[in-house]
Every structure is written in structure tokens, then in C-alpha cells.
Design a protein around this ligand. Structure first.
Ligand SMILES: Nc1ncnc2c1ncn2[C@@H]1O[C@H](COP(=O)(O)OP(=O)(O)O)[C@@H](O)[C@H]1O
Ligand SMILES: [Mg+2]
Length: 427
């Protein structure tokens, strides 16, 4: 029975893929198995009885001694991982690469039946793990490079983006200027012509006043008044003045709306009244809208919303102008607002020609436009998307061809602690 166990153990130790070295109490080699023989230049006969450090001069003597102390004094199993400083390096058969010689070791004390102290040293071949690790390192490095590339790309995108914003701003300003010119032209025109008429009237009235000194009698004066159509002048003067006042009033309103719009480069979030912003915007784009659609306001209750109002104005302006452009015949644009929980929303809905489903995911792309050259820049929605994102909000679109389109902007009421938005009901 004993012979059989010994045979079994010998076969096991001879075949195991693990180096087993037995040292005596003085750290002299007593035995090692086939695994070690295969991986070292010295044979067991030559090594037997010699100190381990002599046979493996490249062994890490300091760590080895520390490990021995731990094992001897505290009876511990001391494990050394190859990634740290390996105790001992064996050459992997047939391979010179130092990487493949990395080994983990386990050193532990034991005593034979007669009470003599020994040390066991197990040597694991970790070259496969090391190889895996090397692949991982290479992969990580490649990933790192990719990350750097992406960072560079992102920076380029940011630059391109801010250039886009700039050019859309210019386009928007151009559009605004044209609209404002048209809008102001009309009142200025009739105020000017009224002034000319009034000039004529004043001359005639002065003639009548002068005649008080020169006329021969009251009849002559009365005749002059009739001749100069005094009664007509009297009626018309009031109308001319009130019409001119209206005109000047309109110009003043447009100018003050423009002032609100001119803080376009402002960059700070401030609590603002979105309804006031919408009204300002409506005033500014009125010229683009009035021949295309009636605008219906369905404002809900809104607290002040922390935003950069001039930028939100720009977004709603883009949406309103797009809605007007979508009209084939005189239509309807509904401007709606409301809020749920921490979110405020603005909707611009039109009953225009709608957007084909296959184009829906392209409309926010910079330069995507279905409009003829000169009419569309394809930047309005890209810019709007950007602005809403900067506000930590969301812009959504629902559209059906030939029925209409609804854009919805969701904005957090406060910028601090923005939480993910609850799902918005589909139309
Ligand atoms: N309300 C709308 N109804 C129909 N189509 C729209 C509407 N809003 C946007 N679009 C489509 O999205 C495209 C991109 O819009 P935008 O970025 O504002 O650029 P632009 O108005 O200069 O074309 C438009 O050309 C149009 O095809
Ligand atoms: Mg547009």
C-alpha cells in the first residue's frame, strides 16, 4: 500500500505543471521536480545540497530572505506575485523572452515526520497570464490613443460648432435686419408723408392768421377760410397727428424688442420671464409671420426660468420662422407654454406641410435644409439644438406630412441639480 502511494505521489509530482522545490532548514536544495529540471540549466544532481541562492544567482535575495523569515518565524505561506518582484525566474522551455519567465511563487514551512524543518517552494508558470496581461496593456494603450484622438476630434468639433453658431448668428441678424427694415419702413413712410401734408396745412392756416391783419372785413376772412378748405384741414389735422403717433409708437416698440434681442452674446443664466421673451420675439418676427399665419397664444402658468433669455428668444424665433416657412397657404401657428415639476416647456405648433419621417432625424444637422438657396441656411435648428443642450434641456419634434409640426423645448427651471427629465407623453 505504501509503495503504491509513493508511486502515485511521484507520478503526480513528476507530471504536475508546477515547479516544486524542497529546501532544508539552511535553504539548501534537497529536491525539485521535472518541471524545474526542464526550465533550468543545472541538473538536480548538481544542485542537490547547494544553497538556492547559489543555484539561482539572479534570484531576488532580499525578498527571498524576507519571505523565509515570515515563513520560518510565523509559519506563514508567503506568496509572491510575478507582477511584484518575482522571487525566482525559470526559463520557459524553448523560449528566451524574459517576459515568459515571469513566475509567481509560494514559500511555506513544513516538517517531516521526524520533526526536521523544511521549506517548500512552489513555482507557477505565469507566462500565459503575463502574455494576456501584455495584450491587455497593448489594448489599453491603443484605447488610450483612441481616447486622445477623440479628444482632439471633440476639440475640433467644438471649434467648428462655435464657428457655426457665429455664422448662424450673422444669418439671424441679417434676417432680423431685413425684417426690421421692412417693418419700420412703413410707419416711417406715412409719418413722413403726414408731415408733408401738415406742412401744407400749416402754411394755409398761417395765411388765414395773417389775413386777420390785412383783410378788409370778416366776409373776406370767411371767404379765405372756405377757399383754403379750413373745415377739412381742421378734421384732418387730428387724424394725421394720431396716425403719426401710432407710427412712432410702432417704431419704438420694434426698437425696444430689438434691444432685448441684442444681448445675444450674454452668457449668464438668470431667472427670466419666458412669456416676456416670447412676446418680444413675436414682435420682432411679426413681419415674417403676419402674411403667413395667425398666431394663437396659449400660455400656461410659468415661474421664472433660469436661462439665457436672449438665446431662448433666438430658438423660438427660429421655430416661428420655420413654422411660417412651412405654410403653403395662410395657416395657424400655436405658441404654447406650461410646466411640470422642475421643467418648463414651450411648444411651437403649425399646420404647415410637415416633415417627411425619413428626414426627421436629419433636421438638426448643420446645413440640412430643404429650402432654396438664399432662403435657408440649414443652421437654425442646429443652433437651437445647441442652445437647448447648453441649458441642459431637450428639444423634441413631432410631425406628420400635410398635417403639421410641433416642436417642444423642455427647459429645467433651475440650472443647479438638474435631474433627468420624466418621460414626456407622446402625441
Ligand atoms: N415647422 C417646420 N415644418 C416643416 N419643416 C420644417 C419645420 N421646421 C424645420 N423644418 C425642416 O427642417 C429643415 C432645417 O431647418 P433649419 O435648421 O431651421 O434650417 P432652414 O430653415 O434654414 O432650412 C428645414 O429646411 C425644413 O425642411
Ligand atoms: Mg430655419
Amino acid at each position: 500500500m505504501e509503495g503504491f502511494t509513493t508511486q502515485l505521489l511521484c507520478a503526480l509530482i513528476g507530471n504536475i505543471h508546477l515547479g516544486i522545490i524542497v529546501l532544508d532548514n539552511n535553504l539548501r536544495i534537497q529536491y525539485w521536480n521535472h518541471f524545474v529540471s526542464e526550465r533550468c540549466a543545472t541538473s538536480l544532481e548538481q544542485a542537490c545540497g547547494r544553497p538556492l541562492i547559489d543555484v539561482f544567482p539572479e534570484a531576488n535575495a532580499a525578498d527571498f530572505n524576507r519571505s523565509i523569515e515570515l515563513a520560518r518565524d510565523q509559519g506563514r505561506h508567503v506568496y509572491n506575485h510575478w507582477l511584484q518582484m518575482p522571487l525566482l525566474q525559470l526559463q520557459t522551455a524553448g523560449n528566451e523572452s524574459s517576459l515568459l519567465t515571469l513566475q509567481s511563487t509560494l514559500l511555506f514551512p513544513f516538517a517531516t515526520q521526524d520533526g526536521i524543518a523544511h521549506f517548500g517552494l512552489m513555482v507557477y508558470d505565469t507566462s500565459a497570464a503575463a502574455q494576456g496581461n501584455e495584450q491587455l496593456r497593448v489594448a489599453l494603450k491603443a484605447l488610450g490613443n483612441k481616447q486622445t484622438e477623440q479628444d482632439q476630434l471633440l476639440r475640433k468639433l467644438e471649434t467648428a460648432n462655435s464657428q457655426l453658431l457665429q455664422s448662424e448668428k450673422m444669418a439671424a441678424i441679417g434676417q432680423l435686419a431685413a425684417g426690421v427694415a421692412h417693418e419700420i419702413n412703413n410707419p416711417i413712410g406715412y409719418v413722413f408723408s403726414n408731415l408733408k401734408t401738415l406742412d401744407g396745412y400749416v402754411r394755409d392756416l398761417l395765411k388765414i392768421a395773417d389775413a386777420v391783419d390785412t383783410a378788409g372785413g370778416l366776409d373776406e376772412l370767411r371767404q379765405l377760410k372756405r377757399q383754403l378748405e379750413y373745415d377739412y384741414i381742421r378734421g384732418d389735422v387730428a387724424a394725421l397727428i394720431s396716425e403719426s403717433e401710432d407710427g412712432i409708437d410702432r417704431v419704438t416698440r420694434i426698437i425696444s424688442a430689438l434691444k432685448d434681442f441684442s444681448h445675444i452674446d450674454e452668457d449668464e443664466f438668470r431667472p427670466a420671464d419666458l412669456h416676456r421673451g416670447l412676446d418680444t420675439t413675436l414682435n420682432v418676427v411679426n413681419n415674417e409671420l403676419k402674411y403667413k399665419a395667425e398666431v394663437i397664444k396659449e400660455y400656461g402658468e410659468l415661474p421664472e426660468v433660469e436661462c439665457i433669455l436672449s438665446q431662448i428668444n433666438q430658438v423660438t424665433m427660429n421655430l416661428l420662422v420655420n413654422a411660417a416657412h412651412a405654410m403653403d397657404e395662410f395657416g395657424r401657428i400655436t405658441l404654447r407654454t406650461g410646466c411640470d415639476n422642475d421643467w418648463a416647456w414651450i411648444e411651437v405648433e403649425d399646420n404647415g406641410k410637415g416633415i417627411e419621417p425619413k428626414l426627421l432625424n436629419r433636421i438638426f444637422e448643420p446645413f440640412f435644409t430643404t429650402k432654396p438657396v438664399g432662403k435657408g441656411t440649414g443652421l437654425g435648428l442646429a443652433l437651437s439644438y445647441n442652445i437647448v443642450q447648453k441649458h441642459n434641456g431637450r428639444i423634441e419634434v413631432y410631425s406628420q406630412p400635410n398635417i403639421g409640426t410641433r416642436f417642444r423645448i423642455n427647459l429645467p427651471i433651475r440650472q443647479a441639480n438638474v435631474r433627468p427629465q420624466p418621460d414626456v407623453a407622446q402625441p
